[in-house]
Ligand binder design. Sequence first.
Ligand code: CTP
Length: 213
Amino acid sequence: MNFLVTAGPTREPIDPVRFVSNRSTGRMGYAVAEAALAAGHAVRLVSGPVELPPPSPGIALVRVTTAADMLAAVKDNLPWCDWLVMAAAVADWRPARCAPLKLKKSDGPPQIAWEPTPDILRTIAPLKRPGQRFCGFAAETDHLARNARAKLRAKHLDAIAANDVSLPDRGFASAQNAITLYLADGKKFSIPLASKIQCAKTLIEALEKVGTT
Ligand code: CTP
């Protein structure tokens, strides 16, 4: 199958030297891309700015910075994929306008007007072709199951990999993760605490079975 994977944070510019972003390292998404390649799939990886070594040469890498860039790259590659796995931690808000010149400290704290970034999964949901499947990630600090199932429905997903980002030993900026995979048919599947590489391998094995049982 063809796997399109997104990874890492996005950065939304405030001025030429400043941006807003989040603590995503990209490790989970990169691990998903590597696991899909190791399982024999063709893989394209759309990556936000990360400090990771490049993926294996067999993975086609598209580097992006902002949520708008990521949306464009996902749209470009969407017709090609059988599975889209959105592991990226897309920024939800961006400054309505990027100042053309560096904001000066002497001008005092800036008043920044915010606007929502495009929600990539919601935007592309109508573009889904028959046979294509989409998996989101849900980063939650509370009410994991309720919030993840709500996102599964709201974003018209086939699966959502929920992880708790409130605990120090997993999720954001950790080498480990624990995932509960919720499927659109109501089934759920637990991937216990393990390295992100092991979690990714188990996740790919679970996704390969979606829709075939
Ligand atoms: N996502 C997206 N576009 C955005 C924000 C998120 O496609 N602008 C995707 C993420 O890649 C992930 C899923 O939506 O696969 C859920 O992301 P998450 O940050 O957990 O949820 P949000 O929709 O941002 O909601 P909230 O911040 O309220 O939890």
